[in-house]
Design a protein around this ligand. Structure first.
Ligand code: FES
Ligand code: FES
Length: 152
């Protein structure tokens, strides 16, 4: 099936199998920030934005992205570096395997919620699993990042 979509504002067209997941298709195009961390749609590592909303690319068919705008970590490098810096400051970057999915969801949350409370942050990010940390450092980092975006 033919699809046309925009990834990080660049147009792509392809002929795809109807059963290929968006995750595999994006990686085949070189977007290696997107990782598969589970087989059960519950780790959040594969999060990308589809028309600005976070989706699990492992359980979204590539054909679902037809005509839409996809954003991956490669397209939000400046924000990713900033958030990564706050995570490093709090010692919460650890192995970094979960960071791409976390960062995409933090960006989606920043665009969707104004001044989220700690509970709202936890609820928004509940689908992002980290095997290394206890989330406390990440929570501090996210709060610091959100605060910094208000100060600019
Ligand atoms: S790879 Fe785990 S939720 Fe997508
Ligand atoms: S930092 Fe290692 S899985 Fe999250």
């Amino acid at each position: 099936m033919k699809i046309k979509l925009w990834i990080n504002e660049k147009e792509f067209t392809d002929d795809v199998s109807p059963d290929i997941a968006l995750l595999e298709w994006l990686r085949s195009k070189g977007f290696y920030s997107i990782k598969r961390g589970c087989e059960t749609s519950n780790c959040g590592l594969c999060t990308v934005l589809l028309d600005g909303k976070p989706v699990l690319s492992c359980s979204t068919l590539a054909i679902r992205a037809n005509g839409k705008y996809v954003t991956t970590l490669e397209g939000v490098e400046k924000d990713a570096l900033e958030i990564g810096g706050f995570m490093a400051d709090e010692g919460s970057e650890q192995c970094g395997f979960c960071s791409p999915g976390f960062i995409m969801n933090v960006i989606a949350m920043k665009n969707e919620l104004t001044n989220p409370t700690e509970e709202e942050i936890k609820k928004y990010l509940v689908g992002n699993l980290c095997r290394c940390t206890g989330y406390v450092g990440q929570l501090r980092a996210i709060k610091n990042y959100l605060k910094s975006t208000k100060e600019v």
